[in-house]
Design a protein around this ligand. Structure first.
Ligand SMILES: Nc1ncnc2c1ncn2[C@@H]1O[C@H](COP(=O)(O)OP(=O)(O)O)[C@@H](O)[C@H]1O
Ligand SMILES: [Mg+2]
Length: 254
């Protein structure tokens, strides 16, 4: 029902409007992003590619409300986020955004189930999260692992736990920064396929940073960054788009 309502709304789930970011590093300012404009609509799987240092992680952090832009703004479900104070931003992030880190960022002393439901308990929704936990565990193949600690799991299993944690509060937007970067090929493909299935079957909205052209090939929209600028946008569903991506496979980019 929510997916229906979102589709009829005029705005995108995620919008960047003239987004720029300059870091004040010790050796002087570093401009990481310059005037980024893009949008991701509900029920879409978007990806960001670009060389190391091109600003991909900075962009995802701004989208995840983990940092604030120097200029421009991030709009989430049609709402401006620039006027929010820290507490409001934290609350909005917890309620509407799920973030998946390359390095999983699981808490070693908690069980898998406790890790997954942590965002729900922070939101005071632990009691209601049981059904969602069971459903996610089923979808992500984690049923047998719920009482284990992260240290006893494989990389692929840990990333699936991180994904479940990102999804426990039914976020409007899932952000994933190189979610397959620490996985072997088979486990990486498995995580990509889960994201794809989630978008297709349950209407998740996902934006993923990836180095892997084959991963980008599985998304609906690929945004290319270079030196902090959005330099290209490719549709992998078209022959032209697939050709552009295939060029990356043969090694223009690392
Ligand atoms: N916290 C920071 N302080 C200073 N400079 C940073 C910080 N984070 C990133 N940068 C710089 O911003 C640029 C973009 O970095 P990043 O967004 O991590 O790129 P990518 O994820 O594409 O590798 C780089 O020049 C990087 O050194
Ligand atoms: Mg990065």
């Amino acid at each position: 029902m929510r997916a229906e309502r979102m589709k009829s709304m005029p705005h995108a789930t995620l919008e960047a409007k003239g987004l720029s970011k300059t870091y004040d590093a010790g050796a002087g300012p570093v401009t990481a992003l310059t005037d980024i404009n893009l949008s991701v609509h509900s029920g879409r799987f978007a990806s960001v590619m670009g060389p190391s240092g091109s600003g991909k992680s900075t962009l995802l952090k701004l989208f995840g409300l983990l940092d604030t832009p120097t200029a421009g703004e991030v709009r989430l479900e049609g709402r401006a986020t620039s006027g929010l104070n820290d507490a409001e931003r934290t609350r909005l992030r917890a309620a509407r955004i799920g973030f998946v880190f390359q390095s999983f960022e699981l808490i070693p002393t908690l069980t898998v189930a406790e890790n997954i439901t942590l965002p729900a308990s922070l939101e005071g929704r632990l009691k209601q999260s049981g059904e969602r936990l069971a459903w996610l565990a089923g979808q992500l193949g984690l049923e047998g692992l719920l009482n284990r600690r992260p240290g006893t799991l494989s990389g692929g299993q840990r990333q699936r736990v991180a994904l479940a944690r990102a999804l426990i509060n039914e976020p409007a937007l899932v952000l994933a920064d190189e979610p397959t970067g620490n996985l072997d090929r088979a486990a990486g493909l498995n995580v990509l396929q889960l994201l794809r299935d989630g978008v297709d079957a349950w209407g998740w909205t996902v934006m993923m940073v990836t180095h892997d052209p084959n991963g980008a090939m599985m998304t609906d929209d690929v945004f290319f960054l270079q030196d902090g600028r959005l330099v290209d946008r490719v549709d992998p569903h078209t022959d032209d788009g697939r050709r552009d991506l295939a060029r990356f496979v043969t090694g223009e980019d690392g």
